[in-house]
Design a protein around this ligand. Structure first.
Ligand code: ZN
Ligand code: ZN
Length: 337
């Protein structure tokens, strides 16, 4: 089968590999669609922190935002999975430690992460082997585009939950990338008044096209009371801005990751009696995201700018935008092309 492999910083190629076999407890998925995200780009450039902490290494096959159809079952997997359209949790806990026992497998110290950590091969391939315990079934109302947007949606939904919004609360989202826009869409579906800050006009146009009249630059942001602020940016100074802007006794949620230390002054946190929440993964938000996509309350498809084949994946990782790409922040890969 064909698969994309990152062989070193700035180097990726499509290679021919033996297709995976479903080990006990695993299924093999024929991959329909894969999203490329900032983590994949950092794995390609060599900046991703796991490459420096020893949790990830080359060669590496990326791809953790995916959907596909189950085509083979390993021993011990229920027959009901065969032929199902699925997506899956990136985080694969050890299954034995206290975190795993408490449903917190996404912070298991011994976890693998599909396409990211501990060499677990990712979805940028025609086929992917996945533990059945990581699977989430997709209803037919969720197409391949939305199916590959469940994983980032999970992180966004957990950020929305972290904001603990009450009906009518006003939320400010910092960043108009995939996570920022998904946070905005999911929070609006829950009845919040949502505003966003974006870097420039083109990204704000997309937000406005999604119906967010309150799409601002940092300079044009009106002085309103923000009940919660979600930082979904990769800017090192915005976490502190989130804390600066939130109302007293409000909540700040940190789901964005900057490439350099992004510090806050805890005196601001204490003086304002603010609750801060960090979100690492979408694990506990995947089921809720599938519900929000399936019931039509959130349509995330405008976020996808283009869908290209595996041969174009290395270029996408290197930052090139496919010809004819729309305004969305997300590029999808169809490994069957
Ligand atoms: Zn991702
Ligand atoms: Zn564990």
């Amino acid at each position: 089968m064909r698969a994309l492999v990152i062989t070193g910083p700035g180097r990726a190629e499509v290679v021919d590999l033996e297709p995976p076999v479903a080990a006990p407890g695993q299924v093999v998925v024929e991959v329909e669609r894969v999203g490329v995200c900032g983590t994949d780009v950092e794995l390609f450039t060599g900046e991703m922190s796991y490459l420096h902490s020893g949790h990830a290494w080359y060669p590496l096959r990326p791809g953790h935002e995916w959907c596909g159809v189950v085509t083979a079952l390993g021993d011990g997997v229920g027959p009901g999975w065969l032929g199902r359209r699925v997506t899956g949790d990136t985080m694969l806990g050890c299954g034995r430690c206290r975190f795993c026992g408490d449903g917190l497998h996404h912070v298991c110290p011994d976890r693998a992460e599909i396409g990211i950590r501990r060499g677990f091969p990712g979805a940028l391939a025609e086929r992917l082997a996945v533990p059945a315990r990581a699977l989430h079934a997709l209803p037919v109302t969720i197409d391949a585009t939305m199916g590959a947007l469940v994983e980032p949606g999970g992180s966004a939904l957990r950020a929305v939950r972290g904001a603990a919004l009450q009906p009518g609360d006003r939320l400010l989202v910092l960043g108009t990338g995939t996570i920022g826009l998904l946070v905005a869409l999911l929070a609006r579906a829950r009845g919040a008044e949502v505003h966003l800050i974006g870097r420039d006009e083109p990204t704000l146009r997309l937000a406005r096209g999604l119906g967010f009249a309150g799409a601002w630059t940092r300079a044009s942001l009106p002085s309103l009371q923000w009940d919660a602020v979600v930082d979904a940016s990769n800017a090192a100074d915005l976490p502190a801005l989130a804390l600066d802007l939130v109302r007293p006794a409000g909540r700040v949620v940190y789901v964005g990751l900057a490439g350099s230390p992004s510090r806050i002054d805890t005196r601001d946190l204490a003086f304002k009696d603010v609750t801060a929440v960090g979100v690492l993964s979408g694990s506990a938000g995947l089921a809720g995201t599938i519900e929000a996509y399936a019931d039509g309350s959130v349509d995330a498809r405008p976020l996808v700018a283009a869908t290209v084949g595996l041969d174009d994946a290395a270029g996408v990782l290197a930052g090139s935008r496919p010809a004819g790409a729309g305004p969305g922040p997300k590029i999808h890969i169809d490994p069957r092309r």
